[in-house]
Design a protein around this ligand. Structure first.
Ligand code: AMP
Length: 633
């Protein structure tokens, strides 16, 4: 049936079929990748909420991303790397990329890394990090990339959870011209971690001196020499073997390792490039994300390459050397598909608009934005400035590819500003009442966005090492029903467009980075002078949200000193991304009679909104005192 979003009705039929006949639908999509051996069963749904896709099929992510294109089009551009931080630009065609990836695979094998072993990658945006990811995929090792902006405490938790046999790291990254040495952070993380790592492979960019430890540390360039000319074939993996884990924040202080398979992920990405991003082999895909995030995994490294596209990987900020840099790169590399985040667009919106008209952007087909809510004014501004479709897409680390957006590769579709669009094929998305579990059918009702079983290919298989946590966290929060909860509150209008209203849990989103307030609180609570702490996310014009910390000191002390100690601790333990924008010292925190923090009221106070239901509040004076504290001096 034609709708405002889908005027031909073709997408509705495509989506309906994906749910009606999932096996036939996904078997067709699976033809987009190479299989060494076909599967015996498309979907094993015998153990909900676990799902296994393409059971018995054998394939390899690296073969699909690199080797098959190197064989068919060796000269075709594969990876372009630009660093506006160190002023370097390099590119590799598919044949060259295969050589580099094989070399990295040989280095890993030489260090005893094999199928099923974990390799943690803690790097800035350097090409070797992408080689290492693909090399792991090639030999069946499981990579776990940790965002280079995280600090030692965050890193240590991840090292402990995934127990890597080897870590790949780098002497330094650079952000906005400021060098960020990695070794001190990694050494501290190794010291903190119960799991002892025996080998570290260092990429030495010559930015800061490394202090290698004999027997533990190896230098990438020397190892590269040592394996020169060695060939390493792809390991054919069963579709449900593990390709990688990627940690993400939740409501507890302990991040979860989102675990992904091989075959389902490859199929999901190949299908998404065709149906959602509308990218063709030989074209260029530019995602401004970082390899430490899920967008970097899916749409810097694997997705574009699997589709035979060139991928443009950039180390740098959107405004350096000036706010025209991304548009010049679009022109220079004839970028067809660009993927960024609303915060970056808000940053660019503050700059001189002429930067947008100085480059020839005729190659660009559309701009995709994700990671945080895309507000209407930002969407309107960039759409009008580019005069191109701007496509919001909503998803999560857990799903690996968009849940809600528009599938322009399937049918002509119309956006509605403020909404990411419609449920994608394969996703049975529902709005449910969080109190009763009832499905909300009518328009404009507010509920939790949930997904019915099974999740489509590409989504998380489980939480690494903890099936119970997977079931408990994601599949047990809706009363009476086993549904996957996104923990996002949403509403749907009469035309079927879904609007995301915010999280229903204690997760906040700072400039597209997902952070658990609990993690930040734990870090702050480790400051000796702190008795109690509450962290809330507060609306921010540029970053979407920022963290604000309310701190109760053990004994009276100067506010500035305590705030500085708190900031420093978070910086050292978690990294600058998690640092609160404000630290407010208060005498008590508002709590319910049963002792629960009234975070919503604190957040509302910070945002100058109505405080809502305060019937459970134990002591009204605490809230009043907070309000006083928030008044401008
Ligand atoms: P992450 O797993 O870090 O990608 O964060 C996922 C969360 O970011 C979602 O659960 C949403 O809360 C938010 N998010 C991502 N994309 C969007 C979007 N397009 N619109 C609104 N919120 C989004």
């Amino acid at each position: 049936m034609p709708t405002a979003a889908d005027p031909t009705g073709r997408y509705a039929e495509f989506h309906a079929r994906s749910l009606r006949e999932p096996e036939a639908f996904w078997a067709e999509q699976a033809a987009l990748i190479d299989w060494q051996e076909p599967w015996s069963q498309v979907l094993d749904a015998s153990k909900p909420p676990f799902a296994r896709w393409f059971v018995g099929g054998r394939t390899n992510l690296c073969h699909n991303a690199v080797d098959r294109h190197a064989a068919a089009h060796p000269e075709r551009r594969a990876l372009i790397w630009v660093s506006t931080e160190v002023d370097q630009e390099r590119e590799w065609n598919f044949a060259e990329l295969q050589q580099e990836v094989e070399a990295a695979a040989a280095m890993l094998k030489r260090r005893g890394v094999g199928r099923g072993d974990r390799v943690l990658i803690y790097c800035p945006m350097v090409p070797e990090a992408a080689f290492a990811m693909l090399a792991c995929a090639r030999i069946g090792a499981i990579h776990s990339v940790v965002f280079g902006g995280f600090a030692s405490h965050s890193l240590a938790g991840r090292i402990e959870d995934c127990s890597p046999k080897l870590i790949v790291s780098c002497d330094a990254g650079s952000r906005a011209g400021k060098l960020q040495p990695y070794q001190p952070l990694l050494e501290e993380a190794l010291r903190l971690s119960q799991h002892k790592v025996e080998q570290v492979l260092w990429i030495d960019r010559g930015l800061v001196p490394l202090q290698p430890q004999a027997g533990r540390d190896f230098i990438y360039a020397s190892e590269r020499e040592a394996v020169r000319g060695q060939r390493v074939p792809c390991e054919w993996l069963e579709s449900n073997e593990v390709s990688y884990t990627l940690y993400t924040s939740g409501t507890t202080g302990r991040p979860k390792g989102v675990q992904r398979d091989v075959g389902g992920y490859a199929v999901a990405l190949a299908a998404s490039i065709r149906h959602i991003f509308d990218g063709q082999p030989g074209e260029t895909f530019f995602s401004t994300s970082d390899i430490g995030w899920v967008v970097g995994h899916s749409y810097i490294v694997y997705g574009p390459l699997i589709a035979g596209m060139a991928t443009l990987m950039v180390e740098g900020t959107p405004v350096r050397p000036d706010p025209g840099i991304w548009w010049r790169l679009v022109q220079k590399y004839q970028v067809r598909v660009m993927f960024s985040a609303p915060t970056a667009v808000r940053v660019l919106r503050k700059a001189d608009p002429s930067y947008l008209t100085q480059s020839d952007l005729s190659s660009l087909r559309a701009l995709f934005l994700a990671g945080e809510p895309l507000d209407e004014p930002t969407a309107r501004w960039i759409r009008d400035a580019l005069n191109k479709p701007v496509v919001d897409n909503y998803w999560q680390t857990e799903t690996g590819w968009p849940i809600l957006t528009l599938a322009r590769g399937v049918a002509p579709m119309h956006e509605r500003l403020g909404s990411p669009g419609l449920p994608m094929y394969g996703y049975h998305a529902l709005l449910v009442d969080p109190e009763t579990g009832a499905t909300l059918e009518g328009p404009n009702q507010k509920g939790v966005l949930a997904l019915d079983y099974p999740l489509p290919p590409g989504c998380l298989q489980t939480v690494w090492g903890d099936d119970e946590r997977f079931v408990k966290t994601y599949w047990s929060s809706i009363p009476g029903r086993q549904l996957y909860s996104t923990f996002d509150v949403a509403t749907r209008d009469a035309d079927g467009y879904t609007f995301i209203l915010g999280r229903s849990d204690d997760v906040i989103n700072v400039a597209g980075h997902r952070l658990g307030t609990r993690e930040i609180e734990e870090s702050i609570a480790s400051v000796a002078e702190v008795a109690e702490v509450a962290v809330v996310g507060v609306a921010d014009e540029l970053k979407g949200q920022v963290a604000v910390a309310f701190v109760v000191p053990k004994q009276a002390m100067p506010e500035d000193a305590l705030a500085a100690a708190v900031m420093q601790r978070v910086n050292e333990q978690l990294g600058a991304v998690a640092r609160p924008a404000r630290v407010l010292v208060v005498q008590a925190l508002p709590k319910t009679r049963s002792g629960k923090l009234l975070r919503r009221a604190m957040q509302a106070l910070c945002e100058g909104r109505e405080l809502g239901d305060l019937s459970t509040l134990e002591d009204a004076a605490t809230l009043q005192a907070l309000a006083e504290r928030l008044k401008p001096a």
